[in-house]
Write a protein that binds this ligand. Structure first.
Ligand code: COI
Length: 353
């Protein structure tokens, strides 16, 4: 990796922010690589700053963009870990193919996250819920307005010491009834900015009505739950953890996958099956559905307090119920390196060249 000494200097002088929100205190260095003539250039650690794009760059018009989100954790013993970064590297290339972009070497992806996390060690808080959030992304930057894949690309990795994604301990959920987030065989399972911008009009409605996050129904029957705008969905129904199956229009969350395995390991019943919203709302009222939560890399696991759909609202009797909180605690213990890593999910962070 090419290292700009100014980037090292900037990182050395980077102080732990007083307020740890999510994704706002960017580290003053980033990693980049450029794609041209079928080749990616050597990774470069450089100082963080605005990037210059031609106004005709494909990404600005046709949203040829993909990204990932992963976290580096530090524990009280000063040990640093990444959580299943290989899954992010693989999903990055899955997304790249879906958007007609070139793949990126998994080795370079992992090298870049290791390097930036290692050099940012001093700003990572050891409190549970704190981490260094890493955001790799790729854009098509060819200045040409034809609707076809870019011939040139850029890979960047930026990062930020982060705390909780939500300011609240539990979230109120608004179920969108006018729009859909993703269509079957669309791009819903690719991690591309377009899926997130498709949620933003609803974000405004959700916030205006006093809710925290939008929940989306599938676009075929408009009945079954898919996911939240930036997280996967779980409910506890008759003591079983239930989450919607991966139909192709849902993001294949790494936290979702981990919670399915962890839940089973802890002796819980876990099912991937369709969840009909209206039935679920009745089950919340009757108490058959006792808990629900959102999960993702950024949010980890956040209890759901209430669900609103077409003038109806149901409230969970217990917010942050025992099953939700057990799963969260056990996941964080693995992520922070507090318990044995029975799944081999932790990857120690080392200083790579
Ligand atoms: C993540 O969880 O890392 C995401 O990319 C989703 C978004 C809420 C930031």
């Amino acid at each position: 990796m090419i290292i700009d000494p100014l980037a090292l200097e900037a990182l050395k002088n980077f102080k732990k922010p007083e307020q740890l929100g999510f994704g706002g205190n960017m580290a003053p260095a980033m990693v980049s690589s450029y794609y041209k003539d079928g080749q990616w250039s050597e990774l470069k650690l450089e100082t963080y700053g605005p990037i210059s794009l031609d106004p005709a760059a494909k990404v600005l018009h046709y949203a040829q963009e993909i990204f990932e989100g992963l976290k580096a954790y530090k524990n009280d013993r000063g040990e640093l870990y990444l959580f299943r970064p290989g899954m992010n590297a693989k999903r990055f290339n899955f997304s790249a193919k879906r958007l007609g972009m070139p793949t990126f070497s998994e080795e370079d992806f992992l090298k870049s996250v290791q390097k930036l996390a290692f050099l940012s060690e001093h700003v990572i808080d050891t409190k549970p819920g704190s981490s260094f959030y890493l955001r790799p992304f790729m854009i098509g930057d060819e200045p040409q307005l034809g609707v076809k894949p870019s011939s040139t690309y850029r890979y960047y990795l930026i990062g930020a010491p982060s705390g909780n994604y939500f300011a609240r301990d539990a979230i109120r959920v608004y179920v969108e009834d006018k729009y859909h987030r993703a269509a079957l065989r669309g791009t819903g399972n690719a991690k591309t900015g377009g899926n997130y911008s498709a949620s933003l009009a609803s974000y405004i409605e959700t916030k205006n009505r006093g809710y925290d996050q939008t929940l989306w129904l599938e676009s075929v029957e408009d009945k079954y739950i898919e996911e939240l705008s930036g997280m996967n969905f779980f409910a506890v129904i008759n003591d079983v953890f239930v989450t919607p199956p991966l139909t192709g229009s849902i993001l294949e969350g790494i936290t979702r996958d981990s919670l399915i395995a962890l839940g089973k390991h802890l002796g819980y019943a876990v099912e991937e099956r369709k969840i009909e919203l209206k039935e679920l709302m009745k089950q919340v009222e009757s108490g058959e559905c006792s808990e629900a939560f959102a999960c993702g890399t950024a949010s980890v696991l956040v209890p759901i307090e209430s669900l609103y759909y077409r003038e109806n609202e149901v409230q969970f009797k217990v917010i942050g119920g025992p099953k939700t909180m057990t799963l969260k605690k056990e996941l964080l213990k693995i992520q922070m390196g507090v318990t044995d890593d029975v799944f081999n999910w932790r990857v120690p962070i080392k200083n790579l060249n």
